[in-house]
Design a protein around this ligand. Structure first.
Ligand code: GAP
Length: 413
C-alpha cells in the first residue's frame, strides 16, 4: 500500500462528515452499526452515479425496461427463491442464521411474517409476466431496477462497504440458454466500460472467478469485480449466470415466437452496489497535494497538505462555486448573485454559493467537496466584468469575462 493509503479510510470518513457527504445514522443516540445517512453532497454524488447508470443501461438501450418494485413481498417469494432456506450466515457462536430482516405485516392474529428484500432482483423476477404482457419484448431483453436492499449482516464494517441497509442497481438480462456465455462476456465489458466512465480507478479493479462452493445458491458462474480498498481487495460489483433457477422456481415461462416454443429464459445478472460505487469513487478521487499552496488555516482547521477530490466534472456534487470576495460588500454580493450565480445555477443546477470564511478557506472547502471550478467576484469585476476562475486540480487561476463563463465551463465538462 502506498504512503497516501496510510489512514486513508479514516481520512475519507472524516472528510465525508466534515463536508456533508455521509453521516452515521442516528448519531446523536450513538448510531446503529451498519446504517448511514447521506447528506447534501453525498446524495448528489449518489444521484450522479445512479443517473449515469440509468442513462447507459436503460435510457440509451432498446432492450431494457425499468421497474420500481415494493420492498416487502408475499413471503412465498422468498421461499420459492431459496432465500428462506439458503440465505444463511454463521454467527461467531457457530449457529446458522438467516440474514433477511423479518417484519410483521398486519396486526394481531391476522399478522404474517415477511422480510425486507435482501436483493432487488426478486422484484424483477416476480414481475416477469407483467412486463412481458405489457411490453411483449423479444429475447434477449433486460429489466433494470435501482432500490434499497436489507441484510442483517453479522459484522457490518468498513464504512459504506458492508451495511445492513444499502442500495443496489441490478439488471436481470433474459437470454436463450444456448447464448448465456456470449452475453456473460458482453455484460462483463459493459460493466467495465461504465466503471471507467464514472471515474473508478481501473488500476484498482480486478476480476475474480468465484469458485464452486463459494457462489450464491442460484449461480452457476460468478465473476466478481474486486477493488483495492485500503482494507483489502474486496468485492465491488458482481456478474452472475443465474441459469433459469429463479424463473423456474416461480413457475414462469416465455413463448419464444422465433422457435414457436415455450421456454424458461436464462438470466445474466450484472449487479452494482450504489454505496460501494460511492466509496470506490471517493477512494479513486482522493488526492493530497503536498506542495499545496491553497491551504488556509482559518479557525478550527488544521494545517496540512491540500486535499481535493478529483471527480470527473459530470460526477462532482458541485460543478462550480461562486464567491463574492467579501460578503459584507453589498455591491460585490449583488453582482455575484445576479450576474454570476443566478445564470450559472439556471444552466448547470449543481452550483454552490460560498461566502463563508476567507477565500483560502473557501477553496479548501470546495477542493474537499471536489468542485472543479471556483469563481471569485472582486473589485476588478465591478470595473471590467471579469472574474477569477480557479481549477481544482492545478489550483491555477485565470481571469475571464463573465459573459464567457457558461461557455468556458461547458467546454471543460
Ligand atoms: N442479486 C444479486 C446480489 O444481490 P450480491 O453480490 O449479494 O448479489 C450485489 O450483492 C451487490 O450489492 C454487491 O456486488 C455489492 O456491490 C452490493 N452489496 C452487497 N451486500 C452489501 C452490503 N452489506 N453493503 C453494501 N453493499 C452491498
Amino acid at each position: 500500500m502506498s504512503k497516501t493509503d496510510d489512514n486513508l479510510m479514516e481520512k475519507i470518513v472524516s472528510l465525508c462528515k466534515r463536508r456533508g457527504f455521509v453521516f452515521q445514522s442516528s448519531e446523536i443516540y450513538g448510531g446503529l452499526a451498519g446504517f448511514y445517512d447521506y447528506g447534501h453532497y453525498g446524495l448528489a454524488l449518489q444521484n450522479n452515479i445512479k443517473n449515469s447508470w440509468w442513462k447507459k443501461f436503460v435510457d440509451s438501450r432498446r432492450d431494457m425496461y425499468g421497474l420500481n418494485s415494493s420492498i416487502i413481498f408475499n413471503p412465498k417469494v422468498w421461499v420459492a427463491s431459496g432465500h428462506v432456506a439458503g440465505f444463511l450466515s454463521t454467527t461467531p457462536e457457530g449457529k446458522k442464521f438467516n440474514e433477511m430482516f423479518q417484519t410483521q405485516v398486519g396486526a394481531g392474529e391476522e399478522a404474517i411474517t415477511s422480510y425486507l428484500r435482501p436483493e432487488t432482483a426478486q422484484g424483477i423476477f416476480v414481475n416477469f409476466k407483467n412486463l412481458i404482457d405489457a411490453h411483449h419484448p423479444k429475447l434477449p431483453f433486460g429489466i433494470a431496477q435501482i432500490g434499497k436492499a436489507f441484510r442483517n449482516e453479522i459484522a457490518p464494517r468498513d464504512f459504506l462497504f458492508r451495511q445492513r441497509e444499502f442500495e443496489q442497481m441490478e439488471i436481470e438480462y433474459f437470454v436463450r440458454a444456448s447464448e448465456w456465455e456470449k452475453y456473460f462476456e458482453y455484460w462483463k465489458d459493459e460493466m467495465l466500460e461504465w466503471m471507467k466512465e464514472i471515474g473508478i480507478d481501473m488500476t484498482k479493479v480486478h476480476e475474480l472467478e468465484v469458485p464452486n462452493g463459494e457462489r450464491a445458491h442460484y449461480s452457476k458462474r460468478t465473476t466478481d469485480f474486486e477493488f483495492d480498498y485500503p482494507f483489502g481487495r474486496k468485492e465491488l460489483f458482481g456478474l452472475a449466470y443465474r441459469t433459469n433457477f429463479d424463473l423456474s422456481n416461480h413457475k414462469l415461462d416465455y413463448i419464444d415466437e422465433e422457435k414457436n416454443e415455450k421456454i424458461v429464459p436464462h438470466v445474466i445478472e450484472p449487479t452494482f452496489g450504489v454505496d460501494r460505487a460511492v466509496l470506490a469513487l471517493l477512494l479513486s478521487a482522493y488526492k493530497e497535494d503536498p506542495e499545496g499552496k491553497q491551504v488556509s488555516n482559518g479557525a478550527g482547521e488544521k494545517d496540512g497538505p491540500r486535499v481535493y477530490l478529483k471527480f470527473k466534472p459530470n460526477m462532482a456534487p458541485v460543478i462550480c462555486a461562486v464567491s463574492p470576495l467579501l460578503k459584507n460588500k453589498p455591491e460585490l454580493v449583488e453582482y455575484a448573485n445576479t450576474k454570476v450565480y443566478a445564470p450559472l445555477k439556471a444552466e448547470f443546477g449543481r452550483v454552490a454559493w460560498d461566502d463563508n470564511g476567507n477565500i483560502g478557506k473557501r477553496y479548501r472547502r470546495q477542493d474537499e467537496i471536489g468542485t472543479p471550478y471556483c469563481i471569485v467576484i472582486d473589485f476588478d469585476t465591478l470595473k471590467d466584468d471579469t472574474v477569477t476562475i480557479r481549477d481544482r486540480d492545478t489550483a491555477l487561476q485565470e481571469r475571464i469575462k463573465v459573459s464567457d463563463l457558461v461557455k468556458y465551463i461547458e467546454e471543460k465538462i
